[in-house]
Design a protein around this ligand. Structure first.
Ligand SMILES: NC(=O)c1ccc[n+]([C@@H]2O[C@H](COP(=O)([O-])OP(=O)(O)OC[C@H]3O[C@@H](n4cnc5c(N)ncnc54)[C@H](OP(=O)(O)O)[C@@H]3O)[C@@H](O)[C@H]2O)c1
Length: 329
């Protein structure tokens, strides 16, 4: 496979390169792509050095698949041009996620929707991916009525600039700001832009994308998304109301059997998932599994994952693996 990584110099792009190498994706030629600013810069992959090219140059090199993580504008402009040239695009931005003609895929949840007609495939929002992987087996068994989620999101979700802001603040240095406020020693209840309904775009992504991926608009979702000064991954407190009652032991068993999920739930021994444990891992970690005692048929969970891995790079590479397995690339 000739593989283009668009945004190869960014946080998600670098993680895509790591994941491609770790999972031994059959890369015969790598095409690292970034903006004019990075043109000619060298990127190392599996011991070899490759020169960064621009998106237009990459199309001319005709890769089999292109993994995009270069922001919405780049995806809106270039993904159709790649697709037009017969190159299958897996896109990490939010540009195509809610387009009814594009599939929004988490392989463990709805991988079966992929077909030969899909030339631009959308990778969901990081917070949504880690939540639906956990919701899926529970919905299949007990039918979800409503989900209330509050997130505790890592600065790595905003990109290189945000990581630099946190590090500068810790070092007492001035520098470029990714957030409107100090993030170190603070919590910012604001991710992406505010909408007319008072929610942020990130919150609306979690709501709409969950319905689309799970193929069920009857699931009601409400979200509060919050940025915290953490590096390892995103955490979520998830409250789920079901149609049918559940057994806690069975819930643990179902989650334990779910592909891509690890249950860490032993409060007596202080075992629960934390972002520092999720960092660098492909799996979604779940713990603090308990009944919501204020309401029938309702469950509380704590869900943690590395937003740059399963929340972005790993999921995109898994989509490419699935396309390959199905003979679609
Ligand atoms: N971080 C996450 O957890 C996460 C999760 C899911 C999805 N995403 C999405 O992934 C994308 C990238 O996020 P990130 O955190 O990796 O950001 P980042 O660290 O700021 O990296 C951005 C990348 O995009 C490239 N780029 C910017 N403008 C470009 C252009 N006009 N043409 C070609 N390349 C261009 C940059 O190249 P230069 O180095 O040349 O500027 C860089 O490689 C965003 O769409 C984001 O929404 C991020």
């Amino acid at each position: 496979m000739k593989v283009a990584v668009v945004g190869a110099t960014g946080l998600v792009g670098s993680e895509i390169l790591t994941v491609l190498a770790e999972r031994n994706f059959p890369v015969t030629a790598l095409i690292p792509v970034a903006s004019e600013r990075s043109k000619g810069k060298e990127i190392e992959f599996k011991g070899n050095k490759y020169k960064v090219v621009t998106p237009a140059e990459a199309i001319a090199l005709h890769p089999d698949v292109a993994l995009f993580s270069a922001g919405g504008e780049t995806s809106t402009e270039y993904a159709p041009q790649f697709a037009e040239a017969g190159i299958t695009v897996v896109d990490n931005s939010s540009a195509w996620r809610m387009d009814p003609t594009k599939k929004l895929v988490v392989p463990e949840v709805n991988g079966e929707v992929l077909s030969a007609a899909d030339k631009i495939i959308a990778n969901p929002n990081c917070s949504t991916i880690q939540m639906v992987v956990v919701l899926q087996p529970l919905h299949a068994k007990y039918k979800i009525k409503r989900v209330v989620v509050s997130t505790y999101q890592s600065v790595t979700g905003t990109g290189v600039k945000a990581v630099n802001q946190l590090m500068d603040e810790r070092a007492g240095k001035d520098g470029e700001k990714a957030y409107p406020y100090q993030i170190d020693l603070n919590v910012i209840p604001h991710i992406d832009v505010f909408q007319d309904n008072g929610y942020t775009k990130e919150e609306m992504k979690m709501i709409k994308e969950t319905n689309k991926i799970m193929g069920d608009d009857s699931i009601r979702v409400t979200a509060t998304t919050v940025r915290i000064p953490v590096m390892g991954g995103h955490s979520e407190a998830v409250n789920i109301e079901f149609e049918n009652d559940f057994d806690l032991a069975e819930v643990r068993q179902l989650l334990g059997e779910q592909e891509g999920v690890i249950v860490i739930d032993d409060p007596a021994n202080l075992q629960y998932p934390m972002p520092k444990d999720a960092h660098g891992k492909d799996e979604v970690l779940v713990g603090r599994i308990r009944r919501d005692e204020s309401q029938d048929k309702t469950l509380n969970l704590w869900v943690v994952a590395d937003n740059l891995r399963k929340g972005a790079a790993t999921n995109a590479v898994q989509i490419a693996e699935l396309l390959l397995k199905k003979g679609l690339i």
